[in-house]
Design a protein around this ligand. Structure first.
Ligand SMILES: C[S@@+](CC[C@H](N)C(=O)[O-])C[C@H]1O[C@@H](n2cnc3c(N)ncnc32)[C@H](O)[C@@H]1O
Length: 212
């Protein structure tokens, strides 16, 4: 496929909540630019999103930034967990991806998501805006991870956490080494709280901001 005029997507409004098939119109997107590419095959089987959400401690009323949200795989799930009194900020460097997520979120019936067009070197999140800054499979895309993480720190509220989810580098080149991520995050002013390596394919590293 070189062009896609409409993509059929299974959109989940929550984990095991109602499931509906919807048409997501994405006419300007080429197949390569369709963010659903991040959900090929059995993403739930690979990703275990319920486990991730429990591991990062996301609960109702919290605020979380889904940095580099792609097609909104985690955004819609986060929106369901934090509820109407909580907030999700979906960011990406691609405006078309944010448009895609907007439609997906609306179809799932959520109205607690905000959108920010990030810069390559700048997350552009307001200071002290979130309890969790969450990056899933984004870290290895960052051209200057040290600068990016330095700019992310002030976005955390007091006691907030930076969470980096990455595939293990030993499994795929689209991944990172735990020690490299921890080293850069610490240089950027974060303090490691925990690394969860219990999953087969990916790790979850949580940091506090040393400036807190
Ligand atoms: C592999 S996808 C992951 C998408 C999503 N986080 C997920 O888990 O499905 C990487 C995403 O990061 C975005 N991205 C790359 N560099 C970025 C940056 N500097 N700031 C924000 N988003 C970025 C890409 O446009 C893409 O949507």
């Amino acid at each position: 496929l070189s062009q896609i005029s409409a993509a059929q997507a299974i959109v989940y409004s929550g984990f095991n909540e109602r499931k509906s098939t919807v048409s997501i119109i994405c006419s300007p997107l080429s197949a390569q630019d369709n963010p659903l590419k991040y959900e090929f095959g059995d993403r739930d089987g690979r990703q275990n999103p319920e486990y991730v959400i429990q591991a990062i401690g996301l609960t109702a009323n919290m605020s979380i930034a889904d940095v580099g949200a792609g097609g909104g795989y985690f955004t819609v799930r986060f929106a369901s967990v934090v509820g109407p009194e909580g907030k999700v900020i979906a960011t990406d460097i691609k405006e078309s991806y944010l448009d895609f997520i907007r439609e997906r979120v609306a179809n799932a019936g959520h109205s607690n998501v905000e959108y920010i067009l990030a810069g390559e070197q700048d997350p552009r999140l307001p200071d002290r805006s979130v309890d969790i800054a969450f990056l899933s499979s984004v870290y290895h895309h960052l051209q200057e991870p040290l600068i990016y993480l330095q700019r992310l720190g002030p976005a955390l509220k007091d006691g907030g956490r930076l969470v980096i989810v990455e595939n293990f580098r030993r499994i795929t080149s689209h991944g990172s080494r735990v020690k490299d991520v921890v080293a850069i995050a610490e240089r950027a002013g974060f303090k490691l709280v925990k690394v969860d390596e219990s999953q087969d394919r990916f790790f979850i590293a949580a940091f506090s901001f040393a400036g807190e």
